[in-house]
Design a protein around this ligand. Structure first.
Ligand SMILES: [Zn+2]
Length: 349
């Protein structure tokens, strides 16, 4: 027990439990009203055990955090869940989880409230990450605020009027599925040319590997070939000769050292993302756009062309008033944002 706060009534210290459900791991934590993570835990999802198995371990782990919280003198206000799929936020109803079988039409809020005897709020994972940035992170106080998480796919969240914006069917902010090319690649959502098909991790790595192979094949015809000469062939050498795993991080390192193939793909990726964001800037006149996730950790390689493209394609007044910033939260975003659902009061659309 902390000595400094012992004089306060215990009831004054109330935190919330945030849960971030992922396909591989479930992370959870006790989060203070100022966004600090007081306790952390994680366990394997083991989706193959089905919904009942996952729910059982979820309840067990939440109860463990709740009991540890009380031992430390914290009251628990409730439990927020960041769910990996579309959710009816009002009812706390999961429509389905694309990467977890067997969760179709699950009344998650009702099930957990009955078993935990605590208030439960449910929202999708991209929305809760946006909420973490808005309440405690890089987007604090910015309104409207747009947040994107650039991972395998692109998760989006919108804060308008100080609240997450859900839309009447709780389907708003699917920003990764804004099409930027009418005849572009087929997307998992059924549409074509979604920005996710160009900017997601999977596309980025596949496309870069393809271009490196082409560059490598073209290089074999040359008489003189020096790896690393002004950055030429640098990434090819790392990937094909040294067998290093091609990741956005490695591509960023190569681009910074002057590798032309990597540099060009970063530029194109930034321009494509910037094209989509220019549309959002015109639609919403946001104060801040927060970019998180692996691809966003490349700094100016991505942010440079994103900002330049917004400058070129959005209305000048709106383009001048928006700031594009990196996310403040990394792995904790889901847990903190899910807990913040409880600090929001009733989670209305
Ligand atoms: Zn799509």
């Amino acid at each position: 027990m902390k000595q400094s706060s012992d004089h306060k009534p215990l009831r004054a210290r109330t935190a919330a439990i945030g849960v971030d459900i992922g396909g591989t791991n479930i992370k959870l934590g006790l989060v203070a009203p100022d966004g600090r993570v007081l306790l952390r835990g994680s366990f394997q999802t083991r989706a193959d055990e089905g919904r009942a198995g996952v729910l059982g371990r979820l309840v067990e782990n939440i109860l463990a955090v709740s009991s540890a919280a009380r031992q430390k003198g914290w009251g628990v206000k409730g439990v927020g869940i960041g769910a990996p799929g579309p959710v009816d936020v009002r009812r706390g109803w999961v429509y389905f989880f694309p990467n977890l079988p067997g969760w179709k039409n699950t009344p998650l809020k009702a099930i957990l409230e009955r078993r935990l005897r605590l208030p439960v709020a449910v929202d999708n994972d991209a929305n809760v990450m946006a909420l973490a940035e808005f309440r405690f992170g890089a987007g604090r106080g910015a309104d409207p605020m747009v947040a994107l998480t650039l991972g395998t796919g692109i998760g989006g969240g919108l804060v308008i009027g100080g609240r997450l914006f859900h839309g009447p069917a709780y389907s708003a902010a699917e920003l990764g599925h804004i099409s930027i090319q009418e005849d572009g690649p087929l997307c998992g959502c059924g549409s074509r040319g979604c920005v996710e098909t160009y900017v997601g991790n999977g596309y980025f790595v596949r496309e870069l590997k393809k271009r490196l192979k082409a560059a490598s094949a073209a290089g074999r015809g040359r008489t003189r070939r020096r790896f690393g000469d002004g950055g030429h062939g640098l990434l090819e050498g790392w990937v094909f000769r040294e067998k290093r795993e091609l990741t956005p991080k490695l591509a960023a390192l190569a681009a910074r050292k002057g590798d032309p193939v990597a540099s060009k793909l970063w530029e194109e990726t930034g321009e494509r993302l910037g094209t989509m964001l220019a549309g959002l800037v015109n639609a919403l006149n946001p104060q801040k756009i927060v970019l998180g996730g692996g691809v966003a950790q490349s700094g100016s390689l991505l942010f440079g062309p994103v900002v330049r493209t917004i400058g070129k394609k959005a209305f000048p007044i709106a383009a001048r008033s928006v700031r594009v910033v990196p996310a403040a939260f990394g792995v904790d975003a889901g847990v903190v944002g899910a807990a913040a659902l409880l600090f929001e009061g009733r989670n209305k659309p």
